[in-house]
Design a protein around this ligand. Sequence first.
Ligand code: ARG
Ligand code: ZN
Length: 894
Amino acid sequence: TVVRLADYQPPPFLVESIDLEIDLHETETKVRSRLCVRPNPTYATEPCSTLELDVGATVRLVPDSLLLNGKRLDAERGAYHMHAGKLVIRQLPSGNDGFTLESCVLLNPSENTALEGLYLSKGTFCTQCEAEGFRRIVPFIDRPDVLARYRTKIIADASKYPVLLSNGNLVEHGPCPRDPQRHYAIYEDPWPKPCYLFALVAGDLARVSDEFVRASNRPVSLHIYVRHGDEARTAHAMESLKKAMLWDEKTYGRVYDLDVFNIVAVDDFNMGAMENKSLNIFNSKYILASPQTATDSDYNAIEAVVGHEYFHNWSGNRVTCRDWFQLSLKEGFTVFREQEFSADMRGNRAVKRIADVARLRSTQFPQDAGPTAHPVRPDTYETINNFYSVTIYEKGAEVIRMMKTLLGEQGFRRGTDLYFARHDGEAVTCDDFVAAMADASPSVLSAADWEQFKLWYAQAGTPQVWISDSAYDAQRRELTIVARQRVPPTPGQPVKKPHVIPIATGVLDASGKEVVPTTILCLKEAEQSFTLQNVPPGHVVSYLRHFSAPIKLTRESWADQEREERELAFLMAHDTDDFQRWDAAQQLLLNAAHRRDGSLTPVAITSFQRAFDALIDDPLILSQVLAPLSESYVMDEQPTLPVDPELVHKACLSIKRQLAEALRSRLEHVLDTAEQYEAGRSGFSLDSIEQGRRALEAVAFSLLVTLPNPEPYLERALVRMRNAATMTTMLATLQTLVHADAASKEHREQALSVFYDRWQGDYLLMDKWLRIQATAPRSDALMVVQSLLHHPAYNAGNPNNIYSVLGGFALANPYGLHGGSNASSAYRFLADQILEIDGRNPQVAARLANAFTKWRRFSEDRQSAMRIEMERMLESPKLSTDVGEVIFKCLEMA
Ligand code: ARG
Ligand code: ZN
């Protein structure tokens, strides 16, 4: 069944408060609930005569347990019935009176392999309720616009589950009077919340505590709960949390609103983490880190995710979503907040922006160009879990960023202040957010402009912009720029209107000096011209600085390749915006990749050499400039079809080799100094110069091993892998050895076993070890992946392991998946795995099914082989709607 935004109705009933008693048991947990319900005055004049509660399929209602105002409801007499996942209650008290409804249900957490609702992760009870998991615990009005106060009593075996946690404040705890083996705890959350923010944890966990003193001078107790033995690995998460709290006070004026903030890390988690009120639950990979076991990217990701979930306390919890179509209201905004937090912490904004844009282009652009394209605010969905997407999250963040670009720093802050003040405690829509922005800066954009701006929420597809700027008047020093835009058709949206597109533009003179500082050209029409003054002859224009809009930009005046390469090289050398320097380099690489033989022009080669020398003191940016293009990005951007994975693989290899040849002595110098530097220092630092050195060394290895005589570099990588002081370098060299075309079987196996022998006891590192193998671009990748599934390090029920091995193969290894001599067996294998996982965890299976969304880009024979597998999946009688929705869309049957 399809849910439609247009069908939204306010809830007929509200729940004022809920009292829970959850008696935990591995196979039979008993949940009693008491809801205080009242008719919603804004629903209709006549109160509704039936109450519908959502009930998950695995929830068993205890017979005769339903009490209305304390009186037993009799199913026999038609007081209630179950229908299509709803518990329908009739015979409600008449009029507008509130009433209480009590129920008792039984659950089996040990059989909950979907990891939604209440489940067990390595012996710890935990919950995941967003989006619709609460109904798998309690019969409830499971929608985000029903906000209730919670009181939660947890009862559990005292020795197995000494730690009992829920949202809000602990108000009482102790042994159970009638059963001293068991104990209980009662929590009260003073803040009304939607049920998707409910959480519960029970386990034998270690606790690490700290404190944060708020702007109000009141302290908050901070606790991170992990498995015993992992305490020392929480330090970075704790520091990140304190930084996030301070940053949100300074940047948005948002102060934390309870005296306690808890984080729990679990190994089995479908997504990254969850912002449950005062009880965030995390995938352990976004909490645990130590200098020996975590890479720089792990550290950065922990800081970002801890920040993200914390920021949700305001953007999501205090102000929440009216319905799930508004998901980007909280996710887009919170991703934006997280990106800016990370940029501030990093001390180098361009580095963060480069990483974010690379991610947007390589994951969101293809989604927007394929069968699962959807607007930032979708119109319909079948399974909301499929919409926790890069479009809702990352493109949604770009939409917020554009508002900030248009309004300026202060205007944006006035807007968020108004938004939080106006809607605190409410469940609202993306329109409400935009209205607050508009009202706080009434003179910046007209009402009509804002209406047009909101098309970013309604229209899917990456806008294309063509710019032509050859009309230059040397006498008046005036440059006329003509911009045209078009939003491509997407499923269900054949015709589009023009967007409001802020194009941050600057001009450099022939010597590379900036003569027109960054100006926003605000494109609104399908075609529009702009004039820039004081533009000298010999100028070069820089468009879309810091990627001011999520679009694809083509410069028509660059119709000839010679001029294009010359100006790209110029921007790479001189632009005042480091983001643009990287972007020019990307374009040079992409142009080469699409030349099929992968040949870099002499101009391009020279500019990489110059960039190397110019950026050597900023190794993080340099490493991003030199980082090899991903093969899937090259395929996604390829202008002509079909894509030939083999050819792309060869072109990418050739580009690396040309760069390695042109930069050989420089790259060798990088290796030498990296080793010397590491030997000469003690301790571990995350500052950007140190991270940059490590990143640059990794790039140097990955380029040098593509040279015609790679032996010495491969040997050196192996030695480095054994001796490196950081996990960053260890994993980077391992990946180089496993991914290099030139590495022999011995190299590979030796590297893998050295790493395995040392780290086999560490689940998070084994997960990375698995992923490196599954993503190796090899023609026998299928065999590699098949055997990994039988490796003791692989746990078929663990989402991280599935994403690493099957996700790595299906979504991050296009040459491995499509490039082998027998791609059809790879597709069959993948479909079999999706079906099998679907039986246990549909949400994870649906993520893997996304591998098929690009099927139309490949050759006829590959397409028909993929079609056969998709049709076979659809015939499977037990297929989930999660996977079904993705596959139907691929086959254009939706
Ligand atoms: N709200 C969480 C976050 O982005 C993600 C939860 C996703 N859960 C899900 N079942 N789709 O911070
Ligand atoms: Zn989020």
